[in-house]
Design a protein around this ligand. Sequence first.
Ligand code: SDX
Length: 426
Amino acid sequence: MSKDIITITNNRDNKSYEFPILDASVGPSVVDISTFYKETGMFTYDEGYTSTASCQSKITYIDGGAGKLMYRGYDIAYLAKEKTFLDTAYLLLHDDLPSAEQLKAYEGEITKRSFVNEGIKKLFDSFPDQAHPMAILSAGVSALSTFYFDHLEIDDKDEYQEMSNRIVAKIPTLAAFSYRYSNGLPIIYPDMNKGFTENFLNMLRAYPHSYVDLKPIEIKALDTIFTLHADHEQNASTTAVRNLASTMAHPYAAIAAGIGALWGRSHGGANESVIRQLEMIGTVDRVDEFIAKAKDKNDSFRLMGFGHRVYKNFDPRATVLKEIRNELMTELGISSELVAVAEKIEKIALSDEYFIKRGLYPNIDFYSGLILQALKIPKEMFAVIFVIGRTPGWIAQWSELSKQKTVKIARPRQLYTGPTERTPEY
Ligand code: SDX
């Protein structure tokens, strides 16, 4: 038993109970309540886990008050500005940043696995035009498990390595194919001579036997977006992935579950919703009307791209993206009414008591949507971009749980408020 404890007294019977405090390496300690039901006969209740840790993890740390985010101890601004997405993927999956040689070898491993089994095309052919790319991508990832069905020996380092490289490498190809199929366009295969992010942009934009001009700033902007999305503690989609890991489900099934959770408008679908909302507002003279709606308790309207469960200060990823947005707009000569509307929303919200009191600041999605639009990536692909970035984080979280000495299946309890037993009428 830890020397430090929390004592809880039940004033119904004046009984007291002690629960150990476990300390973090940095950030809030936790109270271990795993014996709470056994000792008190009651459950704890915390809808949405607002104050509840679901696991121990060494991967990512967020200080929501300070607006800080670290992947395995490295600050996100350093990784976004000084490293590539594959550097960051390697860091998440191998506990440390790669040397130049390790990075070169990793890039080669990923490039050579970027093709998908041709059988996937038969599946994609069956989808209707305009099918949402997230739906196609989710089906594609699940379908991968039909080609690689051997159950993973998680303790076999090589097998685990092969699985994680395959998924990191094939998701962008499946993502690009999802877009091409959704729009009835000829698919473009990966180019073994292109880097990870350049390859993806090329598969989105190129046409057979044609050259597409990809500007270095476009590749760097998208690569940075992938890095900023790579992991984020126990968010909703990562929690879904971990839940499947706790049942020993196949990693491809776990990633498909993460895709499903991320598609939600309150989570990974927010970047698409931000652009749709900015388009709906349309002009700067209508911003005040929608700020008032966002503040109106009787109106369900919310400002997409604002607020966060953890960040009650600036989202550090938003800070990096704001710089990239401005750089990209200047370099590509883009000035749009949407940017003017977004800037007016941000200016008002950052000085309005309603938003300040609730710690509602622009989050990553408020800026990523405008950057993706500047990169000519269609709105319905925004959440897909999020999936490509988040995949190394999901795999790292899945394997961290799967490699635990004891894995407890995720099985929350509930506060039952339904009918007591009813006598059936025969
Ligand atoms: C992501 O978890 C992660 O880490 C996610 C993510 C990741 O990288 O994985 O960071 C990615 O999902 C970012 C968030 C993207 N979603 C959006 O931008 C959608 C808009 N935001 C909201 O839906 C909301 O802010 C959430 C869902 C993000 C957070 O919700 P919380 O923490 O559960 O907060 P809440 O719903 O309890 O709201 C607290 C108060 C309420 O007002 P009161 O009842 O106290 O008067 O703030 C208000 C809410 O009405 N509020 C908003 C608001 N968000 C919260 N009011 C207006 N506009 C908003 N956007």
